[in-house]
Design a binder for this molecule. Structure first.
Ligand SMILES: NC(=O)c1ccc[n+]([C@@H]2O[C@H](COP(=O)([O-])OP(=O)(O)OC[C@H]3O[C@@H](n4cnc5c(N)ncnc54)[C@H](O)[C@@H]3O)[C@@H](O)[C@H]2O)c1
Length: 365
């Protein structure tokens, strides 16, 4: 059996999860890695006791190798350039979330995808969660009737991902966006995917950084480097007359920003406050409706996530990408959907900075 040859670009935190997934599969081999920090790629392969892998400080050098695909595991600001270069060098791409930092970067990636015909899939492993899939099947079943309003979001009380040794999530140059991109993209994907990814039309956004910039909460080192949002909220109008009311937080003085509510003309779905970035829901869901003369409540139990192959949600995301590469299939999480996710994130940033509602414009790809 010819094994797929894989390269990993960016050998930091999440590259470990990619590597563990690849090592658990016998039809792939990771043959190269690149990290701009000297020695980091070498140390990465040593940690996994993988011998013979080629190591580089430039992703461009790695891309000269004969590879089938790459995992792009860099911090956010490098997602676009590494993905574009990879596709132009003939490699399929599994790109970590969030898609990019700006709309223009996302458009540039999609243009490279169209020009090269390569597969690029965005790394949303919660898509593989049986509970997330159940939310989608409930929405798609018609049980709720026409959906007109969604409240969603999530957050942590004090969970800004920064330490003295790692600031890549909170610096403007590397993270680009904060909670909004890091975990907001998952909340948006959970509901938008459930309802078929309608196009976003307008957004009125807000963002703040009261915790990230305050040494009392994050320490001097992180506070001095903090250049992104730690909280964001928005009112978004979607095609089809649907309203999306959204908030996301890395830090706040409440325990939860609330449950996800999906309101339809026939029934409403309540999803208890979720760590949707882990693919988990906060408890059984409830569908509220009226049957005959009775107001009814139907409990939807939490589904056990155990998968027979033992890959976990992350491994399943990697597997579905590899299967698309092997069969010439479609990207499991296509850019044609995630461009709307990015448009909302970038729209919130723009609207918050202008202090008014904006129209979302998505250029021709
Ligand atoms: N899917 C998930 O569950 C999940 C979890 C954590 C992080 N992420 C995403 O993964 C990405 C990376 O996060 P992380 O925690 O690994 O960050 P990290 O800072 O630990 O690692 C990123 C690495 O990329 C390297 N790098 C940056 N630009 C590069 C380039 N042009 N060429 C080669 N190497 C480059 C950096 O030197 C660093 O070592 C982020 O976009 C993040 O949102 C996803």
């Amino acid at each position: 059996m010819k094994k797929l040859k894989i390269g990993i670009i960016g050998c930091g935190g999440i590259a470990h999860a990619h590597m563990r997934s690849y090592l658990a599969m016998d039809d792939v081999e990771v043959v190269a890695g690149a990290d701009i920090i000297p020695g980091k790629a070498e140390a990465f392969f040593k940690e996994f006791e993988v011998e013979g892998a080629k190591c580089f400080e430039s992703h461009k050098e790695l891309l000269k190798l004969d590879l089938d695909a790459v995992s792009v595991c860099t911090y956010n600001s490098q997602h676009a350039v590494c993905s574009i270069d990879a596709m132009k060098a003939g490699k399929h791409v599994l790109l970590e979330k969030p898609f990019t930092v700006t709309m223009q970067q996302a458009v540039d990636v999609m243009r490279a995808e169209r020009e090269t015909g390569k597969i690029i899939s965005i790394g949303f492993q919660p898509r593989n969660s049986k509970n997330m899939q159940n939310i989608k099947s409930i929405c798609q079943s018609g049980r709720l009737g026409d959906i007109y309003y969604i409240q969603t979001g999530g957050g942590r009380r004090l969970g800004i991902p920064c330490s003295d040794s790692k600031t890549t999530f909170i610096e403007k140059e590397t993270g680009g966006v904060g909670a909004l991109g890091d975990i907001g993209c998952y909340s948006l994907d959970m509901v938008l995917n459930a309802i078929g990814y309608p196009k976003p039309l307008t957004v009125s956004g807000y963002k703040s950084d009261f915790f990230g910039k305050n040494p009392y909460y994050v320490g001097e080192h992180c506070a001095s480097k903090f250049g992104v949002d730690d909280f964001a909220a928005a009112f978004i109008r979607l095609e089809g007359g649907i309203i999306l009311d959204f908030r996301i937080s890395w830090a706040m003085h409440v325990n939860t920003p609330g449950d996800t509510l999906i309101m339809g003309k026939d029934a409403g779905l309540r999803i208890p406050s979720t760590d949707c970035w882990n693919g988990s829901i906060g408890g059984p869901m409830t569908i509220y409706s009226k049957i005959g003369n009775s107001l009814t409540e139907t409990t939807i139990p939490v589904i056990d996530e155990k998968d027979p192959a033992g890959l976990g949600l992350f491994g399943q995301k990697v597997r579905s990408f590899l299967d698309a590469v092997k069969t010439g299939g479609k990207a499991p999480v296509p850019t044609s959907q995630i461009i709307y996710n990015q448009a909302i994130i970038s729209g919130i940033v723009e609207s918050a900075e202008l202090g008014r509602e904006i129209e979302i414009k998505i250029p021709e790809i």
